[in-house]
Design a protein around this ligand. Structure first.
Ligand code: TXA
Ligand code: MG
Length: 358
């Protein structure tokens, strides 16, 4: 059991972070404490990456198993050389194109990085965020910062300080509130140690953008995708047993018109069975659901994946806070950030998707 501590939330200017606030947060990091801070993707739960006992506290605060490795955040390219044993030409090209930004690179781990950071792997995940608060904090702390997303294990990542507070109050002394995160989905994790560079997690840097630098890059099919079931539209309610972190989510794919009709049918069945239904849709769908009796949450235009990505996790949390018992969600196109959006939705749906069978 962890002692409950007081959690302070301090507002900070996301573009021009106040030096005194950064110094206060950096002082905590230097003394081995945890600090929640904004990045351009999601909020991170940070601590000195080079001290194993301190890194252990990150896992404890999140309730995360030690088998799940962390990302080390740096503020300058030159910080990378201490963390890895070799920097390939490919890595150099990727850094030139995408750092600072939402790209995490899996590189060989140097002995300076404690094994606990990488869950004992021979590699380490490194990223240089482009958020001014994150960069200022890392520089002032004087060490790389290990940081997973600042949510409790299995919950959705936080895109505001309030989300992080809801999950971690009493478990961290300080949350820096720099407002909502611009990207809204986590960084792309790219394994450049693999024979062919492989995306382990689609994220803030799109596959298309990576292909301009690395035409051979490929996407790893996760265990969940491998076991992905495509289910007939007919009677989804009978076909699924769901496991989801908080509220079960049903994901619907297909042509917009037909997809809405099927979602509405499922919605009515659920409401008749006494369920409190939430729907996660796009602006284009809202009118179709207006009279449905469901809690309707729109993520923005389906044609603007940047908007949808930025609104996604907050949308899920809003429906949780509305205490719906089930979430019906539409799918989005996989172009650009859409690939990351689909990945997160598919995970929330335990790998299952309803789709017209052809
Ligand atoms: O955008 C982000 O990446 C955010 C912000 C805070 O930077 N961080 C984040 O961290 O999403 P986390 O811990 O929630 O996700 C890290 C991901 C996990 O999927 C983990 O398995 C993978 O990176 N990872 C970390 N180290 C790895 C390694 N050595 N090899 C393979 N995957 C690794
Ligand atoms: Mg996470």
């Amino acid at each position: 059991m962890q002692h409950s501590i007081h959690t302070e939330v301090i507002e900070i200017d996301p573009l021009a972070p106040e030096a005194a606030t950064i110094e206060c947060a950096a002082g905590l990091i230097r003394s081995g404490e945890l600090v929640v801070f904004p990045t351009e993707t999601v909020y991170g739960l940070g601590a000195n990456a080079l001290q194993p006992q301190v890194v252990e506290r990150i896992f404890a605060a999140k309730g995360r198993p030690l088998s799940d490795p962390l990302i080390v955040h740096i503020a300058d390219e030159s910080d990378l050389s201490a963390l890895t044993t070799s920097i390939s030409a490919t890595v150099q090209r990727l850094i030139a194109a995408f750092w600072p930004g939402p790209l995490t690179l899996i590189v060989p781990r140097s002995s300076k990085v404690p094994a606990i950071v990488s869950a004992g792997l021979a590699t380490v995940a490194v990223r240089m965020p482009r958020h001014p608060v994150a960069l200022a904090l890392i520089r002032a702390a004087g060490s790389p910062i290990a940081a997973p997303s600042a949510n409790r294990f299995m919950h959705v990542s936080p895109t505001t300080a309030q989300h992080a507070l809801a999950d971690l109050h009493g478990r961290v002394p300080l949350i820096l509130d720099g407002g909502p995160c611009a990207v809204g989905v986590e960084s792309t994790v790219l394994d450049v140690c693999a024979e062919v560079p492989t995306i382990l997690r689609p994220g803030g840097v799109s596959l298309e953008a990576l292909q301009t630098i690395l035409p051979e890059v490929r996407l790893k099919t996760s265990q969940k995708e491998k076991s992905q079931e495509t289910l007939a539209y007919t009677s989804p309610g009978q076909m699924l047993t769901h496991y989801a972190p908080t509220i079960p989510l049903l994901l619907f794919d297909g042509m917009p018109e037909e997809m809405r009709t099927v979602m509405l049918g499922e919605l009515q069945r659920r409401r008749q069975a006494g369920e409190h239904v939430g729907v996660l849709v796009a602006d284009e769908d809202v009118t179709a659901f207006e009279q449905s009796g469901a809690v309707v949450q729109s993520l923005g235009s389906a044609t603007a994946p940047e908007q949808v990505a930025a609104a996604l996790f907050a949308g899920l949390r809003t429906l949780e806070d509305a205490h719906v018992s089930i979430i019906l969600c539409r799918n989005f196109d996989e172009k650009g950030l859409g690939l990351a959006i689909r990945d997160r939705l598919l995970r929330a749906a335990s790998g299952k998707m309803f789709k017209q069978q052809t």
